[in-house]
Design a protein around this ligand. Sequence first.
Ligand code: ZN
Length: 88
Amino acid sequence: MALFKHLEVLSTSDDPVFETEYLPGEVVPHPGIYRCAGCQREVPVMAHTRLPTRSHHQHTSAEGEVCWQLIVFADFRPQCRRAATSSF
Ligand SMILES: [Zn+2]
């Protein structure tokens, strides 16, 4: 599970980008932390780069197929001169 210390640096969001499921090796549009739905392993991924491939880790049959979901969107835009927005 992703951890953080300072609550003021994270916000919750209902944006549908957090519902999208990605296949292993798929290029993702958003930077952040992605979690495998089967085993809850997490990986950091830059925008427009590939998620780890199927050979990244093995699952038991109970864990099912590797499937990635964005759990923390990393907003790389500077925050010092504007208010934060929830729009990606
Ligand atoms: Zn997994």
